[in-house]
Design a protein around this ligand. Structure first.
Ligand code: 5GP
Ligand code: ZN
Length: 114
């Protein structure tokens, strides 16, 4: 998608602080961190949101979560705990319409979320 900011990050047209990359997934620090560790993991393939996923996307979701686990290890939040969040649509305040998994850690979170 030419105008999508995360597609631009994948293409290197917008800089990002990368922490992990493989053939299908890219992970980089969030521009506006909400916790000491706040990384976004995205599929390189443009998919707007969870609600647009189809059966053939199933392996991609597994890849995203396994990559999040790797990054959690890299950034030393695996044992202390972390939260994975995917916002979908208006009520969840999704602001960037390229699917992304938030990896948050380094502090205690409350439940239920706000
Ligand atoms: P959402 O609200 O859609 O779940 O999350 C979008 C996230 O993307 C926000 O946490 C926001 O700070 C982050 N973000 C938006 N634009 C950029 C950008 O250009 N670079 C980076 N690294 N993060 C961004
Ligand atoms: Zn995109």
């Amino acid at each position: 998608m030419p105008d999508c900011i995360f597609c631009k990050i994948v293409r290197g047209e917008i800089p990002s602080r990368k922490v992990y990359e493989d053939d299908e997934v890219l992970a980089f620090h969030d521009l506006s961190p909400q916790a000491p560790v706040h990384v976004l993991l995205i599929p390189k393939l443009h998919v707007a949101r969870i609600a647009d996923l189809e059966d053939h996307h199933e392996p991609l979701l597994g890849r995203l979560i396994i990559a999040a686990n790797k990054v959690a290890g890299q950034l030393n939040i695996k044992e202390s705990g972390f939260r994975l969040v995917i916002n979908n649509g208006e009520n969840a305040n999704q602001t960037v319409f390229h699917l992304h998994l938030h990896l948050l850690g380094g502090r205690r979170f409350t439940w239920p979320p706000g």
